[in-house]
Design a protein around this ligand. Sequence first.
Ligand SMILES: Cc1ncc(COP(=O)(O)O)c(C=O)c1O
Ligand SMILES: [Zn+2]
Length: 371
Amino acid sequence: MNYICNDCKSKYPINDSKILCNCGGMLNLEKDILDFTDEDINKREFSLFRYLKVLPFNRNEHSWRKVSMGEGLTPIIPFDDKYKNILLKMDYLMPTLSFKDRGAVVLIAKAKELGITKVIQDSSGNAGNSVAAYASRVGISCDIYVPEGTSEKKVKQIEAHGAKVHIISGTREDTAKEALKAVNKGDGFYASHVYNPIFYEGTKTYVYEVYEQLNGCLPHSFVIPVGNGTLLLGVYIGLLELLEYGLISKLPKIIGVQAENCAPIFRAFVDGKEVVDPVENYGTKAEGIAIADPKRGKQILEAISKTNGTIITAKEEKILEAQKLLAKKGLYVEVTTAATLAAYLEYIKENNEISNQNVIIPLCGAGLKSS
Ligand SMILES: Cc1ncc(COP(=O)(O)O)c(C=O)c1O
Ligand SMILES: [Zn+2]
């Protein structure tokens, strides 16, 4: 198994501290193609490690057991009677209350296996919560960089795990620059959910679970919030793998969701571009998807177009409305999560044929985390 450059295809060993290819390209994971059937699911393991065969660990190596907190296996439930085709996947039912635990558990388990003693990460909050929690669980020290304005509850949660929080004035992009400066000084391993492809091996389990829970019948579309695209790209990787194993015969669509006030991927998609140019963030309550310069933008566009999907946006005034609607249904989610439903409900008003198709929307973060 190697890192492989998304652009020039150069390869690097994964025990290297490489962040980017020498050409500046983002790194993916090159895997040996395995076969995988339903029998390969370890039904006696009640966490996402039931799909161990497709995760980047040696099957005789059990170090992940010390890291896992039973993450994954989140329920899929109907939204309500009015919208019979909308299914919700309850990804906020995770140890740190967001879907980021999928990626963090796999990345920290790998870091532990590599003997890493200190990690550095930058985040809008939830990924920082996850990395801090898993790092603390296995005695890895941790520095998390967050932008000013990050929900106070998320900052407190990170600190509670013993991580050092650096609050950076400026944008989410300025925060990433500060973290990278520390990494380049040799202060620690960059446990980035954006750059490190091992994180996406965790988020791809979202698809394996849906496949298992729906008895092999995937929905017509996966509706997914996208800032940096860790869930969206994980879903794409998972879908490509299922296709490769012959477990599905065609790819469901991926429908990405951004906040209207910070929508670089939407912009590039509408303009028919293959790369994503940074945009100005005009301010959105959906802090988790407010990424003005997504580093894997090109790959996100590719995932959307290869699945014949699309990208839609949420208006600010509709986001809080959707949060209330979900709460009325018993589901208390964070504002960013409500943006996904908000955008989708507006979208189907004008697209009747999709409203008759089954879609899955993730509830990514718990409401108790929003300030
Ligand atoms: C609740 C929530 N939803 C969605 C996202 C978007 O994830 P990504 O930036 O990986 O696309 C985030 C990211 O932090 C989040 O916290
Ligand atoms: Zn390269």
